[in-house]
Write a protein that binds this ligand. Structure first.
Ligand code: BES
Ligand code: MN
Ligand code: MN
Length: 462
């Protein structure tokens, strides 16, 4: 039987070309201008699943963008792996900061990717990583190496909160029944230090609006005599952290899971260079909650960040004005046991309560989701660990990530199955940023590693 290594050698160029075609479609779920492109991407994913050997592939309609479902059931007595991924991408803005157009993929060598990396929006998050699973399936079906059943569920709204998937999953529990959920939508430490993501943070995302006078005012005639909504908003935001960078919202930390000293010591063993970290971001110091390391701050601790803030005059030159309104978008990353709806409520009550006289404040919740921690004492984790050992030659390190895939907690609730997060991206791949890319080596390594997961998971299930 042909090995996956041989299969990749023979089909490498086609694997790359197919991904490049997929990356050319601008499936930006956040912007209605791309509506038709998002739908076309779903069709393209459907076709590729059919070609890769799925017996049944469907475009499942939802109140929003469709979910592409595919399956190959070889024997109901064998285990079933459910693969989840997303075909939508983040907006490409700011486009001027891209070295090449975001939807015209090019392969260029970089310092971290000497074999080249594919530059395009969605290259790593998540089209490239999702497509590794399609190509791994192709290998397994075409060469008689599929050891168990497989289902695919690829959605088009992950980057905007997975609302339609949250609608779809409870209505299709039987169709989606599985023994493990497999996702490649995270990262790993480095190409020679593979890691398995064992945690995702939850999220609460809100928009705030501060309103002062009923119209924009001349800042000379009125300045100093009425509350300026932008001054007020920035002061309110600044007050959300104290001098130790703790979040000041009452009750915010009440349910935060505190890790034991042993767990924190274990975490600290993961290779990490603060110097490299600072150099990669061109910063002279890191910043964050007192008493915690950088890796703890961005994984096991909750945070609050302004994602955007606007109001007043931002055009050319100067305009002397006191704006009537000021706005901000704020995200809170949450950790296990924090309930996102409760945190949203705490934020809303607190933010409204600190509004000074002379303005009114409105808080509008956007979306959110629960954090997730995957256990490592189960066969899914063991199978993944053995798969990395087979292709990287070293045992992967379990590591909690700071990012969020809110739908994962819902999978567990509704489908009662665990998720295993085998991510092949690097932090330096610039997901959500200009010049997003995905290493060619990483793409092919993912395709190589995935079939081993199926093999070991099936063996360990016996
Ligand atoms: N794939 C990312 C999440 C991710 C990336 C997790 C790297 C861990 C490591 C996902 O597409 C994403 O961007 N999620 C959003 C949340 C979503 C509700 C918009 C996020 O984390 O900001
Ligand atoms: Mn993603
Ligand atoms: Mn993303």
């Amino acid at each position: 039987m042909q090995t996956i290594q041989d299969y990749i050698t023979n089909h490498k160029q086609r694997f790359l070309n197919e991904l490049i075609e997929l990356l050319k479609i601008p499936s930006v779920s956040a912007d209605p201008a791309f509506n038709q492109d998002v739908l076309n991407t779903a069709d393209s994913v459907k076709n590729s699943l059919e070609k890769a050997g799925c017996d049944k592939v469907e475009i499942c309609e939802t109140p929003g963008y469709p979910i592409v479902y595919g399956e190959k059931i070889i024997d109901p007595n064998l285990p079933t792996v459910l693969v989840y991924g997303h075909y939508d991408v983040q907006p490409a803005d700011p486009i001027d900061l891209w070295d090449s157009p975001p939807f015209e993929p090019v392969i260029k060598k970089t310092e971290t990717h000497p074999d080249g990396a594919i530059f395009a929006r969605g290259a790593c998050d998540d089209k490239g990583q999702m497509y590794m699973h399609v190509k791994a399936l192709e290998y397994m079906t075409k060469t008689g190496n599929l050891p168990c059943n497989v289902k695919f569920m690829i959605e088009g709204e992950e980057e905007v909160g997975s609302e339609s998937l949250a609608w779809f999953v409870p209505r299709n529990k039987e169709k989606l029944a599985n023994d493990v959920i497999l996702i490649s939508d995270t990262g790993m430490i480095a190409n020679n230090i593979p890691s398995i993501t064992t945690g995702l943070r939850g999220l609460s995302y809100v928009e705030v609006e501060v309103t002062g006078p009923n119209r924009d005012l001349h800042s000379g005639l009125y300045g100093g005599a009425v509350a300026n909504p932008i001054n007020v908003l920035t002061k309110m935001i600044a007050s959300l952290h104290d001098e130790n960078k703790h979040i000041t919202i009452p009750g915010f930390y009440d349910k935060v899971e505190e890790l034991s000293r042993e767990e924190r010591d274990e975490m600290a063993k993961a290779p990490f260079s603060l110097e490299d970290y600072k150099n990669a971001l061109a910063i002279d110091a890191v910043y964050g909650e007192e008493g915690f390391s950088t890796n703890e701050r961005n994984s096991i601790r909750p945070t609050l960040d302004v994602n955007g803030i606007w109001g007043g005059y931002t055009g050319e030159g100067a305009k002397t004005v006191i704006a009537s309104k000021a706005y901000a978008k704020i995200s809170m990353r949450l950790v296990p046991n924090q309930e996102w709806r409760e945190i949203t409520e705490l934020f809303k009550n607190h933010f409204e309560s600190i509004a000074p006289e002379g303005v009114s404040v409105k808080v509008t919740p956007h979306h959110g989701g629960q954090g997730y921690v995957t256990p490592i004492d189960n066969i899914a984790y063991q199978a993944a660990s053995k798969a990395y050992e087979a292709t990287f030659g070293v045992t992967p390190i379990p590591q909690r990530s700071g990012g969020s895939i809110p739908i994962v907690a819902l999978f567990e609730e509704e489908l009662k199955s665990k998720t295993i997060l085998m991510g092949f991206g690097l932090n330096s791949d610039a997901i959500h940023s200009p010049n997003e890319h995905f290493g060619v080596w990483n793409y092919l390594k993912g395709i190589e590693t995935i079939p081993y997961f199926y093999k070991y998971f099936t063996e360990l299930s016996k």
